[in-house]
Design a protein around this ligand. Structure first.
Ligand SMILES: Nc1nc2c(c(=O)[nH]1)N[C@H]1C(S)=C(S)[C@@H](COP(=O)(O)O)O[C@H]1N2
Ligand SMILES: [Mo]
Length: 370
């Protein structure tokens, strides 16, 4: 393989020289080990984690969810009160908007994800619409603000982690206030005691360690909304401070393959035996159902149709498989998802300053031995 092809597959050097700060981020914020794509619901501890600041240690007895702002009945709810309300469980695939960032060239400096910042869990909690209905939203409410208990500094701006949703997005079906993940209380790193789950949206919308929900009559202009999580085509556009890079919202289609064969310890390059090899993977889109997955063994020159497993639900990834007659040599396994809007994955990344939404086709180099 050429140096470029190795870099595109994430097995060569990533550009820019990784610093200790980035290594620390990468160690704190771990990805889904790709072999865990075998499980339809990601087992505890294997789901990816992304935490901007510190994981807060929350005392569940003292904790309250404050619902305020422009509402007629402000509430302060304990965990027991929330648990007493009607609950639903939904399988939801989460993906970090920065997934694929380290494969961009030049490489944006931030959490250096390759392709595996994803996971699917069964989230249990209270439908957000039910609580908002009880609180009684004012007629002039335009957005709901979700505030985490975690604080930190980003680009010199001290803040708590906060994001808003428009009224329509917040009231949409299946937006949840989740207190359980895969049937157990949320682990600390996933937002204990309560997090927002916004099916179909990139990870940043799913605010963890939720402390407050505030009904707003003006759009929220905080850092994670107006500066972060926007697509800037150039540093100049970002520096202009107009804050008009397009906002990152719903997840673009992507497919990943369970790595076949066995890995080399250091490079994780794969080796497998010649013969019949069932390739399997999972594909998702937050924009529309997955309609099609294609697989290529020759780096995207020839594509074949994969068989799709039955859907797990409207908000979760879809399993697929394809049988490959592997002959000796060097191959590059690719898969490509297409959703019901017709949107498919690009073969080469689309660059932006902060390195979001890189859903370029995954490339897995493998050596097949005779
Ligand atoms: N309060 C709070 N919520 C947060 C974050 C955070 O740093 N603080 N990170 C967000 C981002 S960027 C992602 S990708 C998801 C990750 O969720 P997970 O760690 O449960 O996979 O949480 C989101 N919610
Ligand atoms: Mo993220």
């Amino acid at each position: 393989m050429t140096t470029d092809a190795r870099a595109a597959a994430g097995v060569g050097d990533v550009g820019g020289g990784v610093t200790a700060a980035e290594l620390r981020l990468a160690a704190r914020n771990h990805a889904l080990p790709l072999e865990a794509l075998r499980w339809p619901i990601t087992p505890p501890g294997l789901h990816y984690v992304l935490v901007h600041y510190d994981i807060p240690a929350v005392d569940p007895a003292a904790w309250r969810l404050e619902i305020g702002g422009r509402v007629t009945r402000p509430r302060s709810l304990s965990l027991a009160q929330l648990r007493a309300l009607p609950a639903v469980t939904r399988a939801v695939t989460l993906e970090c908007a920065g997934n694929g960032r380290a494969l961009l060239e030049p490489r944006p400096i931030s959490q250096p994800w390759l392709t595996e910042a994803v996971g699917t869990a069964e989230w249990t909690g209270v439908p957000l619409a039910l609580l908002l209905d009880e609180a009684g939203l004012g007629d002039d409410v335009v957005e709901l603000l979700f505030s985490g208990l975690d604080r930190g500094v980003e680009d010199g701006v001290e803040q708590r982690y906060e994001r808003s949703l428009s009224l329509a997005d917040a009231l949409a079906g299946d937006v949840l206030l989740a207190y359980a993940m895969n049937g157990a209380p949320l682990p600390p790193q996933h937002g204990f005691p309560l997090r927002l789950v916004v099916p179909g949206w990139y990870g940043m919308a799913h605010v963890k360690w939720l402390g407050a929900i505030t009904a707003l009559t003006e759009p929220f202009g905080g850092y994670q909304q107006a500066v972060g999580y926007r697509l800037y085509a150039s540093e100049e556009e970002l520096a202009s401070g107009d804050g008009d890079g397009a906002p990152v919202t719903r997840i673009a289609p992507r497919s990943l393959t369970v790595p076949p064969g066995i890995p080399d310890f250091l490079t994780r390059e794969r080796v497998l035996d010649a013969g019949r090899c069932v390739l399997a993977g999972r594909a998702w889109s937050g924009r529309a159902p997955i309609e099609r997955v294609e697989v290529s063994a020759d780096g995207g020159e020839h594509w074949s149709e994969a068989a799709l497993d039955p859907p797990l639900g409207p908000h979760a990834w879809r399993g697929w498989s394809w049988t490959w007659d592997a002959t000796p040599g060097a191959w590059t396994i690719c898969s490509r998802a297409t959703d019901a809007t017709g949107e498919t994955q690009p073969l080469t990344p689309v660059w932006n300053v902060k390195g979001y939404v890189n859903n370029a086709v995954e490339r897995i180099p493998v050596t097949v031995r005779g």
